[in-house]
Write a protein that binds this ligand. Structure first.
Ligand code: FE2
Length: 275
């Protein structure tokens, strides 16, 4: 697939299994496969049959039809259309960390050229290069969560831009040059003439949050196209908060995740096997 998803079938069933604390032996028996076959499916070295996908989906509380579309590589999100009359622009910076691409973003208010830097992707120089290349004025740094692949290099960006940094009050705090500004669900901040609203999306981390600006949302590792972030804290919290605070938005709203391609609320409701 030219526009590859962050998670494959094996990642999805692994996250669903671990998030629900289901023993591999129990899942394998219920699905009519061996534990070794389950492990190989999670490691992408064994392709499941259609029947096995549906059985595993049922055991893991996933949507079988949506899971099959991903297992057979029948779906990927539509690439974003250029919106010429939009009040905002989003620049994506995708950079490898430990061999895997991580996304950071620059949200630009078209009316004022003020901008917010969303996460660091552990590549502060790349972000600062893009700030210069687009000739924007950064006024805030927004952190979706504190994992190092999303926050390393923060002090360098803080020093270069002089911006305040916003992070959820329940989130562990990364290394910072300045006192972090703590935010909570429902708080708003401004970037030029844009209003950015904070919503809770915990589960991957304790204080994971998303930032909504008009028709775009920066979701960190709460949801990926066709999957969710690793449920380190609680899969149920992750599913509940994404459903209530993100998938309740209009279908056309575009979600920008910490890994993998952007997607929309409508596409995730139609294709994400966790929902
Ligand atoms: Fe993360």
């Amino acid at each position: 697939m030219a526009y590859a998803l962050e998670d494959e079938f094996g990642d999805i069933i692994g996250k669903a299994r671990r998030g629900q604390n289901l023993p591999p032996s129990e899942i394998a028996t219920a699905a009519g496969i061996t534990e070794a076959e389950l492990a190989r499916m999670e490691q992408y070295t064994l392709k499941p049959t259609e029947t096995q996908v549906h059985r595993l989906a049922e055991i893991l509380n996933l949507d079988g039809t949506k899971l099959l579309d991903i297992a057979t590589e029948q779906w990927e999100p539509e690439p974003p259309q250029q919106i010429s009359d939009s009040d905002l622009e989003v620049i994506t910076i995708s950079a490898p960390v430990g061999g895997w691409p991580v996304n950071a973003y620059i949200l630009i208010c078209q009316a004022t050229n003020d901008a917010a830097i969303v996460d660091t992707a552990a590549h502060p120089d790349l972000i600062l290069e893009q700030v210069d290349a687009h000739n924007v004025n950064p006024t805030a740094i927004l952190l979706t969560h504190a994992h190092s692949d999303h926050t390393d290099g923060l002090p360098k960006i803080q020093t270069a831009t002089g911006c305040e940094t916003y992070i959820h009050t329940n989130e562990p705090k990364p290394q910072s040059e300045t006192r972090l500004r703590e935010v909570a669900h429902g708080d708003t901040l401004t970037v030029g003439q844009l209003t950015v609203t904070v919503v809770n999306t915990p589960g991957h981390t304790p204080g994971g949050c998303s930032f909504i600006a008009q028709n775009v949302v920066f979701v960190g590792d709460a949801i990926f196209a066709g999957s969710v972030g690793g449920p380190n804290i609680s899969l149920q919290d992750e599913i509940d908060s994404v459903r209530d605070n993100l998938l309740s938005l209009p279908d056309a709203v575009r979600l920008f995740p910490g890994h993998g391609p952007s997607t929309t609320v409508g596409e995730e409701k139609a294709q994400n096997p966790f929902f």
